[in-house]
Structures are given as structure tokens and as C-alpha cells.
Design a protein around this ligand. Structure first.
Ligand code: SF4
Length: 397
């Protein structure tokens, strides 16, 4: 079965950059006035410098209307659980990078349960499990056990870990895995090579094909995105992400998708972003994705400030993290030096929910039940002869 690689290698980075820069007003007008969904040509018009300069207000209004029509005024809330900061890779923008002399930690079963208890007591039902890339410390079996364990307490479990094989994804789905976030970071191969210096993450193609393996495994949801600040032409990166999404949606039509917009944040080690994706650029990007894809879940993390997260609310965002800690054990012990990056919005989940209410939004803590994950997965489930081995473990809050 083919993958996105063959489409990707037909793209010319500089040609796309030229096309985006030379967009004319008539193209933006068409993209904004089109009834229904446009295609990638519309997306190019919407992310162009011209649209950012002259059409931002029109785009914001349209994006607001489309989001309200499709989703209403609701925001899904989730929290990350950092299971481990062990990593065998060197990436120059990340606090967990192998070369950084920080204490390393992988949570034990008891520690995972403590984190779970803290998050449950705050009302969370959706969690995102995050690790560095260490096959030895946080390989397939560790992830399977963590998902099986947490499935007893949370209704929706996603992961953001190293890219895995299709068989590994099937195995994790059999434990109750709902979604996988796998950001390409950048679609520019030269820039990717410059920032991913050592370890398995240097394999650009393996990462690029990960969403295909996930689609083939039949995962419920795939999260895509770029890390903005790594590559100078952020508009080309966002176009390639949109193209990747378009390809995946057509091919794996049973899967749903989400898009995130992480911007580089300070971390243990520090690199300066090569390009500063301004707040105005971020607004344009969010609106462009909403107009391009009316169904797409758009997610905003606590990397962004409380002020900006509130301002971006009406523009198309549907999912937010809240009260996040980016260090293993962060909800129950304080180890700030273990953080992957510093968060910007440090409000508690309660404060975020209150802000949503004040803005007329409903906070959604649960819109999925883990039992749905098993309905269509009975065969996989049987194949791996799943034992829900943690059903009698007690939560510690
Ligand atoms: S970005 Fe991921 S792979 Fe790279 S150092 Fe950080 S945790 Fe490891």
C-alpha cells in the first residue's frame, strides 16, 4: 500500500513558497466567498502574506461562523501526563534531548496512578500520555500497560510518543488507545536534518509515513502539526501539513483528525526560534485551517499565554489543554528542572473552565467513552488476548 511519501517527493518547496507569495486578491476573495469546502489552492490563498495583511478580519468572522455552525460554543479539555523524560535522541529545541544533563525519570505504576488521581480529582476524562523516545524504557509493553491501567479511570486516552510500527499501534489500540499525535515538526528536509541531530528521529521518512501506519491500523484519531519556529518559511510548512491532512482524510476516511500549532517555547538548553511566528500569523493560520476544513479539531496548548488563548477562542479552536505539567510526576511532585518546555498559561483547570463560562463557552470534559474504542476492535482485542490487568488498582489522589 502506498504512503504519503510518493506525493511528498513530487513537491517543490521553493515553487510552493513562490506560489504563496504571488497570491492575488481575487484568489483570496474566491477562497473566502466559496460556499462549502475549498481545496488546497484556497488554502494557499488563505495563508498568503496578502491575506494576512488585508483579509484577516474577514477570515476571522468566517472562521468564527463556521466553527459555531459545526461545533457550537464548546471546548474539549484535556491534560497531558508526562510518563517519562528519557530520550535517546538529540533534538536541539527540546529539554529532553539526550545531551541535556537533567535528571531522568520514568513513572512507575504507582506514580502513574498518583498522577491519574490528581487529574481525575480536577475533572479530567481525556488524557494525553507523553514520553521521550526511548524504546528500552518506554517501549511498546510499557505503553500498553500504561494505557490498560489508565483505561480504568479515563474515557479517552491519546499518546504522543516515538513513531511505532503498525503492529505496535494495533497492539496499543487493543489496550484502548484512542488517538495518536505525531507532528512532523517541519516538512523541510534540510531544516529537519539540522534540528534532529542524533537518534531514530533523524529518520525523516519513517516519521512522515507514521500517519499512514496509523490509518492502516484503524486508529480513531490522528493529530498533525508542525513546530513553528524551526523553519523560516512557516507558510510552506503549514501548506505541506494541510496537504498531508488532505491526503490522509481521503485515504483513511474512517479516521478523524486534529491540528495543533505549537510554537517553540523556552526549555532546558535554549535555541532561538529561526522565525518568530507572530500572534497575528497564528490567528491567520487558525482561520485558514478552519475555512479549509470545517470538521477539523483545532487544538491549542498551554504553550500559549492565558491572554492569547482567550482571544483565540472564537476563531476556530475546539480543544485545549489546561493546568498542564510537562515533567514526569508534575501533578504530584515538583521537579521543574525535568520539564520538556515551560508552559505559558499556568492557570488551573478550574480557572480555565471559569474563563470559558465567562466567554459563553461550555467546557466539555467527556465526549467519548472508552467502550466505543472496543466496539469495532473486537478482532484486534482478541488477537492480543488483552488482560485488563489493572482493574483492581486503587486511585491515589
Ligand atoms: S523532541 Fe522528542 S525525540 Fe527529540 S529530544 Fe525531545 S523528546 Fe526526544
Amino acid at each position: 500500500m502506498g504512503t504519503f511519501l510518493s506525493d511528498f517527493y513530487q513537491l517543490d518547496w521553493f515553487e510552493i513558497a513562490k506560489k504563496i507569495d504571488s497570491v492575488e486578491a481575487s484568489q483570496v476573495d474566491i477562497a473566502i466567498q466559496r460556499e462549502g469546502r475549498g481545496g488546497l489552492e484556497d488554502f494557499i490563498a488563505l495563508i498568503s502574506p496578502l491575506a494576512g495583511e488585508k483579509y484577516l478580519e474577514d477570515m476571522a468572522q468566517l472562521s468564527n461562523r463556521l466553527t459555531k455552525q459545526r461545533f457550537g460554543k464548546v471546548i474539549r479539555l484535556f491534560a497531558p501526563i508526562y510518563l517519562s523524560n528519557e530520550c535517546n535522541n538529540i533534538c536541539d529545541y527540546c529539554g529532553f534531548s539526550l545531551g541535556n544533563k537533567i535528571p531522568r525519570k520514568t513513572l512507575s505504576t504507582a506514580e502513574i496512578l498518583k498522577e491519574a488521581g490528581a487529574l481525575r480529582s480536577q475533572g479530567f476524562e481525556h488524557v494525553l500520555l507523553v514520553t521521550g523516545e526511548s524504546t528500552r524504557k518506554v517501549g511498546r509493553q510499557y505503553l500498553f500497560d500504561a494505557i490498560s491501567l489508565l483505561g480504568n479511570y479515563f474515557s479517552n486516552i491519546s499518546i504522543e510518543v516515538q513513531p511505532l510500527s503498525m503492529d505496535d499501534y494495533n497492539y496499543l489500540i487493543s489496550a484502548g488507545l484512542h488517538a495518536v499525535l505525531v507532528y512532523q515538526e517541519t516538512y523541510n528536509k534540510q531544516s529537519y536534518a539540522a534540528h534532529h541531530i542524533k537518534g531514530k528521529k533523524t529518520n525523516f521518512n519513517w516519521r512522515l509515513e507514521t500517519p499512514d501506519r496509523l490509518g492502516q491500523a484503524g486508529i480513531n484519531k490522528i493529530g498533525l502539526g508542525c513546530l513553528y519556529g524551526l523553519t523560516k518559511e512557516w507558510r510552506v510548512d503549514s501548506f505541506m501539513t494541510a496537504m498531508h491532512l488532505d491526503y490522509l482524510e481521503k485515504k483513511y476516511w474512517r479516521t478523524t483528525f486534529s491540528m495543533s500549532f505549537p510554537r517553540i517555547r523556552p526549555y532546558e538548553g535554549e535555541i532561538e526560534p529561526i522565525v518568530d511566528l507572530s500572534d497575528k500569523n497564528l490567528v491567520q493560520l487558525i482561520c485558514a485551517y478552519r475555512i479549509f476544513n470545517h470538521e477539523l479539531e483545532l487544538s491549542l496548548s498551554t504553550r500559549e499565554s492565558a491572554f492569547l488563548r482567550e482571544k483565540l477562542l472564537p476563531l476556530g479552536i475546539t480543544t485545549m489543554s489546561a493546568g498542564s505539567k510537562t515533567n514526569p510526576g508534575g501533578y504530584t511532585v515538583s521537579h521543574e528542572t525535568l520539564e520538556q518546555f515551560s508552559i505559558s498559561d499556568s492557570r488551573s483547570p478550574e480557572e480555565v473552565a471559569e474563563m470559558l463560562t465567562l466567554n459563553g463557552y461550555e467546557s466539555v470534559w467527556k465526549d467519548w467513552d472508552s467502550s466505543y474504542d472496543f466496539v469495532n476492535k473486537k478482532d484486534i482485542h482478541k488477537k492480543y488476548q488483552l488482560h485488563q490487568n489493572a482493574s483492581n488498582v486503587t486511585l491515589v489522589s
